[in-house]
Design a protein around this ligand. Structure first.
Ligand code: NI
Length: 137
């Protein structure tokens, strides 16, 4: 962790009241942590827009009884194998599976993989959590 610096910020009182209420509901211990997170969040967005290497997690929920669906999802993951660090499969109940695919690569490749998985017939829900490799934030 780099050296901490204190600085003053001028804000409209109403905005600060709203901010404090919001971060209190989110269990932030201090304004500093909340402001730091907002700044890092904007840098992570910039990484995704800028096209540098990013990391993320794709979650998928699907019914494994659907014919060919499991094979299709596996085929797609093999096609994008260079960007997949690991995956975890959880049997949620008798019918439903939850899969978490951890990815790292260029945003366009990661987003293409996430979209292909999501668009596969039989996938009930899928989301991509966009995060950072941690090198730049
Ligand atoms: Ni399963």
């Amino acid at each position: 962790m780099s050296k901490l610096v204190r600085f003053g910020v001028s804000l409209e009182k109403e905005l600060l009241v709203k901010f404090d209420r919001d971060i209190s509901q989110k269990d932030y211990p201090t304004r500093s942590k909340a402001i730091g997170d907002l700044i890092r969040e904007s840098f992570v967005k910039k990484e995704w827009i800028g096209g540098s290497e990013v990391a993320g997690a794709i979650t998928l929920v699907y019914n494994h009884h659907r014919r060919e669906l499991v094979n299709k999802l596996t085929d797609i993951q093999h096609d994008f194998g260079a960007f997949i660090i690991s995956s975890q499969h959880v049997h949620l109940d008798h019918d439903n599976c939850l899969e978490i695919v951890v990815v790292k690569g260029k945003p366009k490749d990661v987003e293409k993989l996430a979209q292909k998985l999501k668009a596969t017939k039989g996938v009930k829900h899928s989301s991509l959590t966009m995060t950072t490799t941690g090198k730049k934030v």
